[in-house]
Design a protein around this ligand. Structure first.
Ligand SMILES: *[C@@H]1O[C@H](CO)[C@@H](O)[C@H](O)[C@H]1NC(C)=O
Length: 469
């Protein structure tokens, strides 16, 4: 973790090298993040951020990031770059990680690149941004947003990039190339590689339009169906009525023609009538739907400066139903080497997280099986007891007494099972390798209970880190 700590001390400071410029490198290694990030004053009761390593992790220091700590809250913080980022001549790489240990019901975890001169104090959901990038989840709806601002309007991508939805740390990288192309990497996998923005966004007017002067030819056949000429109407069809007066009906005797009018027999379906209707068949002359031919759109204009920005900082402006998102390793750079170094760290961590989760799942499965077996055993014992009691039927009170006894007998087993379930999720009998991986987390509650102890611990570990350096 030496490298991380060294980088942390350089955080925010612009690092320029031959390979490019790094505008932000935020690892949230210690409390100094509070000096770099400003909470917006635009709303009361904004959710609070705090450092956290989460409840399971291969490496506590690496895992530590900035966490949203409250449910049902807006969050709004931003950090300025010390140098305005200009991506007109080089790539702009924006990347970070998000860990969502408690499944998000509805909430964003995206970040926003803010224009030069943005105001950190008034920063809010309506503030103009250059680019918005990252996961957004609401119920089953989910997508990784990539939104570009162009001349004051925000353009969402037409392409749907799904959000990985589990409790591991996920990695997101957007690269905006200066030639109006972008690349997207999620969890180390390339989702888009130098794809033209025109292909995945409708920012420009369309290249072609239907020619307004084009007219449908007079002889264009656009009926796709015609009447089948071989399906002819029976000759006498029009002369046979569908309904006829009922020949069996007779005028009621009390019919009063003066009051009710002339009596008419009620109608019945004519038994000689046979339904006939025209039949339709595909028209052999059909030419298809007519469309005006396309011509170049005079409104279309390519803009070589599309997605070129002057970016002054970065912000999180979010609404979350469930807090708990841990953001980390936020990097904005034009230097692919810097970006890759962080991606490689993430890869290593991700592989280990997978192992931890697999071990947890395995243990859960075992526990469930054991609980099932124990329950079956208890049920079997109880029914055997019942059978035994039935044999003593001559003495009813004994049978009644036996019931609570049977319950008592099975009780300890159930209790044992419950205790096991309540235990920390990581098995004591697990391999040495797995053991340090899942730290007994200082939960927020614990921090509240023992603030001094926790602070001291933090201090100690920081000192250790300094010593290492
Ligand atoms: C993470 O997800 C796995 C399921 O894949 C689960 O077994 C484990 O308990 C979860 N961990 C936490 C801390 O929620």
């Amino acid at each position: 973790m030496k490298a991380t700590l060294l980088l942390a001390s350089l955080a925010i400071a612009t690092v320029a090298s031959a390979a490019g410029q790094t505008y932000l490198e935020e690892t949230f290694s210690d409390n100094s993040w509070e000096d770099r990030w400003t909470t917006s004053s635009s709303k009361d009761n904004l959710g609070k951020f705090a450092l956290s390593s989460g409840t399971f992790h291969p490496n506590k220091d690496y895992a530590q990031g900035l966490q949203t700590t409250e449910d049902h809250r807006f969050y709004s913080i931003s950090a300025p770059f010390s140098t305005v980022a200009d991506n007109s001549k080089e790539d702009l790489i924006v990347q970070y990680t998000v860990k969502q240990e408690v499944a998000q019901e509805c909430g964003g975890s995206y970040l926003k690149l803010l224009p030069e001169g943005y105001d950190a104090k008034t920063f809010n959901g309506d503030s103009e941004y250059a680019i918005m990038f990252g996961p957004d989840v609401c119920g089953p709806e989910n997508r990784i947003h990539v939104i570009f601002n162009y001349k004051g309007k925000n353009y969402l991508t037409k392409k749907t990039h799904p959000v990985p939805r589990d409790n591991k740390t996920h990695f997101y990288r957007l690269t905006v190339h200066p030639d109006q192309k972008y690349s997207l990497v999620v969890d180390g996998e390339t989702q888009a590689d130098h794809v033209s923005l025109e292909e995945h966004w409708e920012i420009y007017a369309p290249r072609t339009i239907p020619d307004p002067d084009d007219k449908k030819p007079a002889d264009w056949v656009d009926e796709d169906q015609i009447e089948d000429p071989t399906h002819v109407k029976p000759e006498n069809y029009d002369n046979i009525p569908r309904y006829i007066p009922d020949p069996d009906a007779t005028q009621p005797e009390d019919w009063d023609s003066e009051a009710d009018g002339d009596w008419e027999a009620p109608e019945i379906t004519n038994p000689d009538f046979e339904e006939w209707g025209p039949k339709y068949i595909p028209n052999p002359e059909y030419k298809g739907e007519w469309k005006a031919k396309d011509i170049p759109n005079p409104e279309f204009k390519e803009d070589p400066e599309l997605a070129h920005y002057k970016i002054g900082g970065i912000g999180f402006d979010l609404w979350q139903v469930k807090g708990g998102s841990i953001f980390d390793d936020v990097v904005v750079t034009s230097d692919a080497e810097v970006a890759d170094k962080f991606m490689n760290q993430w890869k290593e961590n991700f592989a280990k997280e997978k192992e931890i989760v697999a071990a947890l799942d395995e243990r859960k499965k075992k526990e469930e099986e054991e609980a099932k077996k124990a329950a079956e055993k208890a049920a079997k014992e109880a029914s055997e007891k019942d059978k035994h009691d039935e044999l003593d039927e001559d003495d009813e009170p004994v049978a009644k007494k036996a019931e609570p006894e049977a319950a008592k007998e099975s009780e300890p087993e159930v209790a044992e099972e419950e205790t096991k379930e309540a235990e920390p999720e990581v098995a004591k009998e697990e391999t040495k390798e797995a053991e340090p991986e899942v730290a007994k987390e200082e939960t927020r509650e614990e921090v509240k209970e023992e603030p001094k102890a926790t602070k001291k611990e933090e201090k100690d570990s920081t000192e250790t880190k300094h010593d290492e350096l």
